[in-house]
Write a protein that binds this ligand. Structure first.
Ligand code: NAP
Length: 438
């Protein structure tokens, strides 16, 4: 007799519990569920439980080997990004197929007054200086940053007691476990005269009561952004050059002349980008730092307004994608000096590279194909091979080139390595330049 398929569910969510309930009666499955151990008294589950961390991805991979797990299901909370990343790595390492249950985020509807922030620290800052009455619907491990904003009153709701309590003079603690109904949350918010709600975008119905209640009462909601969950690289489809362009009134005719001009006039000229931290910004930051020049950064909301102001002479130069500048270069309103890639670009083959004058300079935009983590290897290989075949088609290639993109077409392994190098590269530029998100 074949033994039942052993399934490990990474839980901590209603979905994980429901899934366990559905699978528990099946005699062909041997299901167990894992909890982080965040709450001291978890709700009962219909399958055997194990509680506590595994010791990173390595630990989970080892656990799955030791326990002969056949399938892994990641049904963790949308904010449990570490666990989801570990699950993807461990599944690949132990060669165990992985399935992820992802809970969709809430979307704003008419009447919602949402503001998204990066994390709890940013949420504490977003409350402002003036004292407010805040409903904190965050995990007890996430509320520490609010001690830095003691001028506010906090109503804190958590499953387990917050210990030690927040070091602020005005806080009230409520212990409760969802689901929470809209009318109850409305009464709670009104009763404590709350004027702002801070929460995670957990999705699902159980925690939506406060969101609906805030809308009904016209209250603003500060939402912590969802973390990025792992995906699997399939391949890089195409690499796009950026182009260093100047307004046609700028006297520099080539890269050395632009560098000389900027060096002779530190801080006098300005450059635009499609936004603070956008790749066009990072491309210019790298150029300025390697050329040892200083100029004023003017961030815009997108490439179009950035290039429009470059054309009208509000700023002197930028480094932008081929499609966004090419018509202005052709009409003579912008002068293209060089491309950002290590090699010349098929889209503008007449241009040399910035690296010709600044050896080692390289920036490229790229478009890649990603798949959900846990896609079976055979399927990923097939998708990758078929996409590579399509990219060899002369008609498709010429369309990519017309868009300023050089079709690359590498393997999943090469693409994974490429993404890692890109990540390291951008991280070092951001660190070197001391860039911060606004
Ligand atoms: P995390 O930051 O992704 O995980 C941190 C570590 O906790 C993991 O590396 C793992 O330790 C352990 N862990 C997490 N989930 C586990 C599971 N199901 N079984 C065994 N170990 C697990 O996640 P988090 O710290 O739990 O929570 C992050 C956010 O998600 C918070 O906002 C929290 O409020 C929210 N959340 C989480 C859960 C949950 O059950 N995890 C439930 C509701 C809400 P090792 O590296 O040692 O394996």
């Amino acid at each position: 007799m074949t033994r039942p398929l052993r399934v490990l569910i990474l839980g901590g969510t209603t979905e994980a519990r429901r899934l366990a309930e559905r699978l528990a009666p099946r005699s062909d499955l041997d299901v167990r569920l894992s909890l982080a151990g965040r709450t001291s008294n978890p709700v009962p589950h219909p399958v055997p439980l194990r509680v506590g961390g595994f010791g990173g991805a390595e630990g989970l991979a080892q656990y799955m080997k030791d326990e002969r797990i056949d399938r892994l299901i990641d049904a963790t909370h949308p904010y449990a990004a570490q666990m989801s990343a570990n699950a993807a790595h461990a599944a690949a390492r132990a060669d165990v197929p992985l399935l992820a249950l992802r809970r969709p985020a809430w979307r704003p509807v008419a009447g919602d007054r949402w503001r998204e922030v990066a994390d709890a620290q940013a949420a504490a800052r977003a409350l402002g200086d003036a004292p407010r009455r805040v409903f904190l619907a965050l995990g007890r491990n996430e509320i520490a940053p609010f001690a830095g904003a003691p001028q506010h009153f906090y109503l804190v709701r958590s499953v387990d007691p917050v210990e030690p309590p927040l070091a602020v003079p005005h806080a009230v603690y409520i212990r409760a476990r969802g689901p929470f109904r809209e009318e109850d949350d409305r009464a709670l918010l009104a009763g404590h005269e709350i004027d702002v709600v801070v929460a995670k975008n957990s999705g699902g119905p159980a925690a939506y009561g406060k969101i609906a209640a805030a809308r009904a009462l016209g209250l603003p909601v500060i939402l912590l952004q969802r973390p990025v969950l792992p995906q699997t690289a399939v391949m890089a489809d195409a690499r796009g050059s950026y182009v260093l362009v100047v307004n046609s009134s700028v006297p520099a005719k080539n890269v050395p002349e632009l560098i000389a001009l900027l060096r002779a006039n530190p801080g006098k000229y300005s450059f635009s980008s499609s936004g603070s931290g956008a790749s066009s910004h990072l491309a210019s930051v790298l150029f300025n730092s390697m050329a040892n020049v200083s100029a004023v950064h003017v961030p815009y909301k997108g490439s179009s307004p950035s290039v429009t102001d470059l054309v009208s002479g509000q700023v002197a130069y930028t480094i932008e994608t081929v499609p966004s500048i090419i018509s202005f270069v052709k009409s003579g309103r912008l002068r293209a000096l060089a491309v950002s890639t290590a090699k010349r670009s098929a889209a503008m083959p007449e241009l040399g590279t910035i690296a010709d004058d600044l050896p080692g300079y390289e920036m490229s935009g790229w478009i890649g194909l990603m798949a959900p983590a846990g896609m079976p290897n055979e399927l990923r290989a097939r998708l990758s091979a078929e996409t590579r075949k399509i990219l060899q088609d002369p008609d498709i290639r010429s369309r990519f080139i017309a868009l300023g993109l050089d079709p690359a077409g590498n393997t999943p392994e090469e693409y994974t390595e490429f993404l890692k190098r890109q990540n390291d590269r951008y991280a070092s530029i951001v660190k070197q330049a001391g860039l911060k998100l606004d």
